[in-house]
Design a binder for this molecule. Structure first.
Ligand code: DGL
Length: 264
């Protein structure tokens, strides 16, 4: 039985659009509602309690719009709030995401992997558990990246300031001998073209957007919740300035779309 209800996807801001691209490509029949919590970005420097409160408000809103599933398109929100939301909504399909430590540990040849992520993700108990479980003998070097999310929120993917900031975060990881870099924040895949200019060609860049879309498809399929039929629409919401999100959409989403304001 097909289920035409929308899938609710959210992030602290525009970063989750990198995941939304993957979901849209894999699940063209689904209606999607994306909420960018731009009025509260960045999550990376906020307390876990603050992020949990935001995630509860957003989940409640997306469910009030009829969402049949939630995607936390944010590593920082996952670290702080995935367990809380799963406890609050035990029946709801929830897909969360965390840095790709397992595939990176399998892929590295130098035995050293670098993680670019937010301070919040790297400080979390969930990330420590991820390392315990999957790093094995691989050395994992972490790099918090304050300021980077703000560049991407502004749609600035290649200015000299963004390049300099990114260079400063990547150089120490290369000096440590990393041959695999994990993009552990959903904003960072938008910097792939710039990163490719900054790191040697044999350095692998790994993110989990496509894996999240596959997991969402599996989960919905196993519960008989997949939609069928005509391609569906994508509805966009922000808790920040509507014009700011509309302005960066051509760069980050590849199309102009109307944006709604979420006052919560
Ligand atoms: N996009 C987010 C993540 O995946 C959070 C960025 C932020 O708000 O600091 O971690």
């Amino acid at each position: 039985m097909a289920d035409a209800a929308p899938i609710g996807v959210f992030d602290s801001g525009v970063g989750g659009l990198s995941v939304l691209h993957e979901i849209r490509a894999r699940l063209p029949h689904e209606s999607l509602i994306y909420l960018a919590d731009c009025g509260h970005v960045p999550y990376g420097e906020k307390t876990p309690e603050y992020i949990r409160t935001r995630c509860r408000a957003i989940a409640e809103f997306l469910l009030s719009r009829g969402a049949k599933a939630l995607v936390l398109a944010c590593n920082t929100a996952t670290a702080a709030a995935a367990a809380d939301l799963r406890e609050l909504y035990p029946q709801l399909p929830i897909v969360a995401m965390e840095p790709a430590v397992k595939p990176a540990a399998e892929a590295t040849r130098s035995g050293v992997v670098g993680v670019l992520a937010t301070t919040g993700t790297l400080k979390s108990a969930r990330f420590a558990a991820l390392l315990d479980r999957f790093a094995g003998d691989v050395r994992v070097v972490t790099q918090p990246c304050p300021g980077l999310v703000e560049r991407i929120e502004a749609g600035d993917l290649k200015s000299p300031q963004t390049r300099e900031l990114l260079q400063g975060y990547v150089a120490p990881l290369l000096n440590e001998g990393c041959d695999t870099l994990i993009l552990g924040c959903t904003h960072y895949p938008f910097l792939r073209p710039l990163l490719r200019e900054l790191v040697p060609a044999d350095i692998s860049l790994i993110d989990t957007g496509a894996a999240v879309a596959r997991q969402l498809q599996r989960l919905l399929g196993s519960r008989d919740l997949l939609a069928e039929g005509a391609a569906r629409k994508t509805e966009l919401w922000t808790s920040g300035a509507v014009e700011s999100l509309e302005r960066v959409l051509p760069v980050l989403w590849g199309a102009e779309e109307p944006v709604n304001f979420f006052p919560g």
